[in-house]
Every structure is written in C-alpha cells, then in structure tokens.
Write a protein that binds this ligand. Structure first.
Ligand code: NAI
Length: 346
C-alpha cells in the first residue's frame, strides 16, 4: 500500500506542478487576422508554445474553423475562434473582438492586405491604415494594458498610427507597442549562415531602422567572423532590404511572405512572453518609439522585461558603408512615420 500511496502523491505533485505553473504564468495571446496567410501558421506555432495558455483567433471570417482545427492539437493552450458580432461597426462595439481581446497579454496583428508583384509596402497604406486603426481602437477599449505587436504593413506607418490611436484613448505606453521586424533579422541570419557555412541559428544580425526597402539596415559589421568582400556586402545588404520582394515575385500574385513571417512573429511573441515570465536576458530588435535617432520610431535591439520594452538599446558603432545607408534611409523613414501620424490626426 505504501507504493500505491507514493505513486498517488507523486502524481498529485506532478499535477500541481503542471497546473501551478500554468496558472502562475497563464498567458493569453490574441491574433487579429488569424485566418490569413500569416495568421494561420502563426496561430499554429503559438498553439504549440508552452508559454501560451489561451489563444484567441480573431478575423472577419474563418476563425471558428481555424480554432476548431487547432483545438485538436494536444498542448496547454485553449483556443477560441472569434468573428465580428454581426453587423457591428465600429469594431469597438464588436463583441467578437471584445471576447478575443479581453484579458489578452499580447495582441499580434497580421490583419490586412499583402503585396502583389510591383507593389511597395506603402501601396498598402490606404487599405491597411484603416484596418489597424479600427483594431487598435478595440485594443484600447478591451485590453488597454496588453503589448501590441504590429505585423500589418506598412509597419513604418502603421505603428505610428497605433500610437496616435492609443494616445487618443489615454492608454498609450511606448513600452507596449512594437512593430515586428524579426523577419528582417531571420533573413539576415539565414543569408550570413549560408555565406559562412554555419548554422544560421548561431547568428544574430542587428537590423535597424524600419521595415521597408532601404529603411531596413542590417549591420553586418557587427557579426563576429563575417568579413565579406565589398561586392558581397553590397549584395547581401540589398538582398536583406528587398528579400520580401523575392517572395512576392515567386508567389506571383498570391501574396507575400507568410510562412517565414509566421515563424518570425512566433519567435518575437514567444520572446516577449519569456520576458514577461521573468527571463532577464531577452534582447531582440523591434520597431518602437525611440530617442536614439531623430526618427520618432526606430527599430534597434531592445531589452524586454515583464512590462514589455524595458530599454531601447543603441546599435553601437557603424561603418562608413552602413552610415551611408543610414543617411539615405532617415528622410524616407521620417516621412513614413509622419504619414501615419497625419492619417490618425486628419
Ligand atoms: P492575408 O490576406 O492572407 O491575410 C490577412 C487577413 O486579415 C485575412 O484573413 C483578412 O480576412 C484579415 N482581415 C482583414 N481585415 C480585418 C479586420 N478588420 N479584422 C480582422 N481581420 C482582418 O495577408 P497576409 O499574407 O497574412 O499578410 C497580412 C499583413 O502582414 C499584410 O499587411 C502584409 O503586408 C503584412 N506582412 C508583414 C510582414 C512583416 O515583416 N512585418 C511580412 C509579411 C507580411
């Protein structure tokens, strides 16, 4: 009988550990645009994360199916699929959005239209600005303390729009608003790994600036052991800036990066969750309100903590080659930021 008792008590201990840790670290993540090309694989990866206990999938269509499908995957996260309550406008009156956002710790937003060949990210502005504005209004109302991770392009402008909307609602906290530029970082890591013949997961290229064409500035001079020729440096820099176009062209009208972006969005979100849960070594690039340059928003390495961005870190010394790109980028980046600010303040 001793053996039975000890087996039972060890099971109880394990159960307590399991539920104890998930209750203490209970984390709800909402994905807005969850039925889309990015939203579905992003939701899949978040469903698999041990750091997510509740996953709310919201989109204007399709999320009940996405959620039912994901709910059969054995992981600790419960899943809900939410659509707008019928005929609700504005979205801040939407009980579907309310259900998705209430209690959310992080809201990841990949809602909006993607590029087709020949389009720049700025060409998406007219459609996506309104979508982001409406969804962030919902966040201001239903989860004002959540960290927002904006994927919808043009990120250089949609993040300033989100900031202005949150300010209007009196709930703006710069520590809790990020544009996701992780795809630029993982592309840079991949390209260096291929060039050096090493595991790209061992590499971490700081990518600064914004998230569109020449506003993307990878700092290859800061990668230990990587010493490309001038030609190779130029090629890999431009490839990082325009890597998204390779995917847009290969998909030939069927959209832009979705799988690599879903992975990048997952990596970003999971690191934010790890920092929320107490990890004190989380540094990753994010496009945030920043005073390290004279652009109001800028992507650079950031230290994350329990409340989001704990410190916007500098980007260290840059080479004359990188400085030339930097000088070229700043007017464009500032213009795209202003475009977002103006949109939100007509
Ligand atoms: P998609 O068209 O496949 O999916 C977008 C989803 O958003 C659709 O399911 C649509 O129903 C949904 N949606 C539209 N309006 C909505 C609203 N008001 N509320 C909730 N959901 C709404 O597009 P995809 O490929 O997933 O791309 C989404 C966005 O992500 C695009 O703006 C794209 O440019 C951007 N993107 C950003 C990247 C980055 O590095 N930050 C990389 C790749 C894409």
């Amino acid at each position: 009988s001793r053996r039975i008792v000890s087996a039972a008590s060890s099971q109880t201990i394990q159960a307590n550990r399991f539920f104890g840790s998930t209750t203490a670290m209970g984390r709800k993540v909402a994905v807005l645009g969850a039925a889309g090309g990015i939203g579905q694989p992003l939701s899949l990866l978040l469903k698999l994360s041990p750091n997510v206990t509740e996953l709310a999938c919201y989109d204007i269509v399709g999320t009940p199916g996405v959620a039912a499908d994901l709910s059969h995957i054995p992981s600790i996260a419960s899943v809900t699929g939410n659509v707008p309550s019928s005929g609700t406008w504005p979205p801040s009156h939407d009980t579907g959005l309310e259900a998705a956002l209430t209690g959310a710790d992080i809201v990841v937003i990949p809602a909006g239209v993607p590029r087709k060949p020949g389009m720049t990210r700025d060409d998406l502005f007219n459609t996506n600005a309104g979508i982001v504005k409406a969804l962030v209004e919902g966040c201001a109302k239903f989860c004002p303390g959540a960290i927002l991770a904006i994927i919808s392009n043009p990120v250089n402008s949609t993040v300033p729009i989100a900031a202005e909307i949150l300010k209007k609602h009196g709930v703006y906290d710069p520590k809790k608003l990020c544009g996701v530029t992780t795809l630029d970082v993982i592309r840079a890591n991949t390209f260096v790994g291929a060039s050096m013949g090493c595991d790209p997961n061992e590499i971490n290229v700081p990518v600064i600036g914004g998230h569109a064409g020449t506003t993307i500035l990878p700092l290859y001079s800061q990668v230990p052991g990587f010493s490309p020729s001038d030609e190779e440096l130029e090629a890999i820099t431009v490839r990082t800036q325009f890597g998204g176009d390779e995917v847009v062209q290969a998909k030939a009208g069927a959209g832009s990066a979705t799988l690599s972006m879903a992975y990048a969005g997952y990596v970003f979100t999971d690191k934010v969750l790890q920092a929320m849960n107490g990890a004190d070594d989380i540094v990753q690039c994010a496009y945030v309100e920043s005073s390290i340059t004279d652009a109001a928003f800028f992507s650079s390495p950031c230290k994350f903590g329990p409340d989001g961005v704990e410190e916007v870190l500098g980007y260290g010394d840059i080479t004359p080659y990188e400085q030339a790109w930097f000088d070229k980028m700043m007017p464009d980046l500032k213009g795209q930021i202003q475009k977002g600010v103006d949109y939100a303040n007509p």
